[in-house]
Design a protein around this ligand. Structure first.
Ligand code: F0G
Length: 404
């Protein structure tokens, strides 16, 4: 921790700080029955009294047999993080980040956001009675997410710039001020909450999956799950620690991590004017890029990008074949599977994935961004929804006659 009780950077090497757990001190009896706080013993909060919770985590891991068949995979699962209290995986991190803010006595918190972080921080701040400010790029956030932040009572500031500008401003302000704590994913306590998704997946399956595929923006979540999988042996006392391959998928117009990986590099080149309709991952300068690339290289995973068209097709496929409606960014891993399973582009990665259990992380709920699904299906323009006069005869015509 630095002089102000903050904890982002190492004073020696300047890199982001990370919590290292001391295996000897873990209580092996797990705390609550479900969700993030089931793993209290692996989360560095000092006292249970400081926990600020909305009963987050404990989301379903759904086997997707239809999609597995379409992609030619042995087994495919989707972890639906849209079931969290504010509709995204951010709640896992915020319950821990806000609990720690309370524990060390902060009264004010801030974040930059493409939408979900702001919704989540606003909710947990409301519950903890903290003053919350969120910086969002003007005109680049899904409506549902702004509505959430408004409802939870956050101070919302729209920035005439992109997410990277917002984060730079939030970092500068929180570094200057003694009073305000930054709760973006460079806060290591966020990572400590988000890692619990790895514990849950392994418990739900009964084993560690072979592949985990995530949408990547800042790179915080893929780093979190990688940390979680590496800590699993601490829970189960297992001697051999099986680890999955971690793959990170970005949108084509905002893909610095995937591009660095394609070039075999460990550092990124910033994308100065990122653009994707999957607004949650519209990020050109990911703050956790080196950790994310580390997870991908160390695990033998992959990084790739998909076009917006592929993302929206995957969003519809997941909803229409499996009944899971996720936000556009969350469909990026499905779009990647669709891409690599095409007959003419099958490669070694695909062949590897066919053999084992593949888990895609669906990071957010589709209800957050209804505009996107309407726009990509052209619903408002050509009116693909049929209109019928209010009698059964007219309905019969549509249901039966027109089909023949
Ligand atoms: N999926 C969704 C739905 C997200 O909201 C985000 C990030 C990501 C994936 C990428 O996660 O940044 O940890 O690699 N959203 C942040 C926000 C940036 O402000 O809500 P990451």
């Amino acid at each position: 921790m630095d002089d102000y009780g903050k904890f982002y950077y190492c004073k020696k090497c300047g890199d982001l700080l990370e919590v290292k757990l001391d295996g000897k001190s873990f209580p092996k009896d797990l705390h609550s029955t479900r969700g993030v706080w089931k793993y209290f013993g692996l989360i560095p909060i000092w006292s249970e009294e400081n926990i600020v919770s909305l009963d987050e985590g404990g989301t379903i891991l759904l086997e997707c047999k239809h999609l597995a068949r379409i992609f030619g995979l042995g087994s495919l699962f989707v972890k639906f993080e849209g079931q969290n209290p504010t509709g995204s995986f951010k709640d896992r991190g915020m319950t821990v980040g806000v609990s720690k803010a309370k524990e060390v006595g902060f009264k004010r918190v801030i974040c930059a956001s493409t939408g979900n972080t702001s919704a989540s921080l606003a909710a947990y701040s409301a519950r903890a009675n903290l003053e919350c400010t969120v910086l969002i790029p003007k005109g680049k956030i899904a409506l549902g997410k702004i509505a959430q932040a408004i409802a939870y009572g956050a101070e919302i500031i729209q920035v005439e710039g992109n997410f990277d500008d917002c984060l730079k401003m939030a970092r500068e302000i929180s570094e200057q001020s003694h009073e305000i704590l930054l709760l973006n994913s460079l806060n290591p306590f966020r990572i400590e909450g988000q890692k619990t998704a790895a514990f849950e997946i392994s418990e739900q399956l009964g084993f560690v999956p072979d592949d985990v595929i995530l949408p990547v923006g800042n790179g915080g979540n893929i780093s979190s799950l990688w940390k979680g999988f590496n800590e699993i042996s601490l829970i189960y006392d297992s001697k051999t620690n099986m680890l999955p391959r971690m793959s990170g998928i970005q949108a084509e117009g905002a893909a610095p991590i995937a591009r660095a990986f394609h070039l075999g590099k460990k550092t990124i080149e910033q994308v100065h004017d990122p653009h994707t309709e999957a607004s949650a991952i519209n990020i050109g300068s990911p703050v956790s890029s080196s950790k994310a690339l580390g997870a991908i290289y160390d695990s033998g995973g992959d990084a790739d990008y998909v076009s917006d068209k592929e993302i929206f097709a995957a969003q519809r496929l997941l909803a229409s074949k499996e009944g899971l409606f996720v936000e556009p960014a969350s469909a990026a891993p499905i779009a990647y599977l669709a891409k690599i399973s095409k007959k003419d582009s099958r490669n070694d990665r695909y062949e590897q994935m066919r053999e084992g259990a593949v888990v895609c992380i669906a990071t957010g709920n589709g209800l957050k961004d209804p505009d996107a699904i309407m726009k990509w299906n052209d619903l408002s323009v050509s009116g693909k929804m049929k209109v019928v006069s209010a009698d059964a005869k007219s309905l019969e015509k549509i249901l039966f006659v027109q089909k023949n």
